[in-house]
Design a binder for this molecule. Structure first.
Ligand SMILES: [Zn+2]
Length: 371
């Protein structure tokens, strides 16, 4: 991971043009031209494939995972409306992250051969996407895995692939039609690539789980041209007032998610107390704590920072996370501040400009009690 990290860092540091684009955006506080700077000619690569749900031994752990099946890429010519929307939304997310300076280098995808037992590590420049039905069939071309219901109303992304599950069509829209959720999933691939945040890191502590989910919410929500600061409003039918969502990062305590009752935090100490009171890893507390960080990111935009610049700070901070230490929100704060300094260096910021940026970032962390 370390080796890869350095290589990637070098790639990002060489992308000076991007920093100056954001600099202009920051000064004018207008982001309209920023996102469109990624031209169609250098779109990120996305392929729709069939998936296989496999359980095997990986790095001494039993791993149950969705993997792309070799040779099942579906040609865009044959996409239906669902598939083309899914594909275009993932591509749009990827192009946004590329515009922030992210270079996709998938070093950890595994390929699955349907008729064999072995898996082959693969290093494509492509994000694979797939869909799974409740009954185990695959919506992209009607032949999937045999694991029933695992992803009902949910999505997963790792090993270079995003897989979305079916939803209750009475109350929800397919996740293929929910751009911020797909961007959230894409961001999991980014944090896995740059910082090595795989499922083991995510479950290493409730705080680590909260952080991994927060970064995906931040990058996912900030990928919207005009963020509504709520994750997944498009997932719900009869939601024109945008009341229902997965997480409200502007007002986390006001989150309304049908069938999910969970406390969301905007104060690090309260979250830590809740985490400490749980004898086991708790996904509920992890998601509940994720809003400590995602709310801090929201607050940075309210402190006058352009949202794409804030997104870049969080993205770049992934390269500055000290992975010799336990993953904590305090370490994330240090890493974000390092990313701000890097930006100030690259843009030849004045001392006054630099301290203005840093004080806005610091005060946002202060407000959620992360020091
Ligand atoms: Zn997630």
């Amino acid at each position: 991971m370390k080796k890869h990290y350095k290589k990637l860092l070098a790639t990002i540091l060489s992308a000076g043009v991007i920093a100056s684009t954001i600099s202009a955006t920051f000064v004018s506080s207008a982001s309209a031209t920023f996102v469109s700077s990624a031209s169609a000619a250098c779109d990120v690569k996305v392929e729709m494939v069939q998936n296989a749900y496999v359980i095997h031994l990986f790095k001494n752990n039993m791993l149950a995972v969705y993997l792309p099946k070799v040779g099942t890429t579906k040609n865009g010519r044959y996409f239906n409306q669902f598939e083309s929307t899914y594909y275009n939304n993932v591509k749009k997310a990827g192009n946004y992250f590329k515009s922030l300076g992210f270079v996709y280098e998938n070093y950890s995808a595994l390929l699955y051969y349907p008729d064999k037992t072995e898996r082959t590590p693969y290093t494509p420049d492509t994000v694979f996407i797939s869909y799974t039905y409740d009954d185990g069939s695959d919506k992209s071309n009607k032949a999937g895995h045999n694991y029933v219901g695992n992803l009902k109303g949910d999505a997963i992304s790792e090993f270079g692939m995003i897989t979305i599950g079916p939803v209750d069509n009475n109350t929800m829209n397919e996740l293929a039609y929910v751009p911020d959720v797909l961007a959230h999933e894409y961001a999991h691939l980014i944090t896995q690539q740059i910082a090595g945040w795989d499922r083991n890191v995510r479950s290493s502590s409730i705080e680590a789980g909260a952080i991994v989910e927060a970064y995906s919410d931040i990058l996912g929500e900030f990928s919207e041209e005009t963020p509504d600061w709520k994750m997944g409003t498009a997932a719900y039918k009869n939601n024109s007032n945008k009341n229902k969502c997965f997480r409200n990062i502007k007002n986390p305590q006001s989150t309304v998610t049908p069938n999910i009752y969970r406390k969301y935090y905007t104060n690090y100490t309260e979250f830590k107390n809740a985490a400490a009171s749980s004898p086991y890893y708790s996904n509920d507390i992890a998601y509940g704590g994720s809003t400590v960080l995602s709310h801090a990111a929201y607050l940075m935009t309210q402190a006058g920072l352009d949202k794409d610049l804030v997104a870049k700070f969080w993205l770049d901070s992934l390269s500055f996370i000290d992975d010799t230490k336990p993953l904590t929100m305090s370490e994330c704060r240090k890493a974000v501040v390092k990313a701000v300094n890097k930006y100030a260096d690259e843009t030849n910021s004045s001392a006054r400009g630099r301290s203005a940026l840093i004080s806005r970032v610091n005060s946002s962390f202060n407000l959620v009690n992360v020091y």
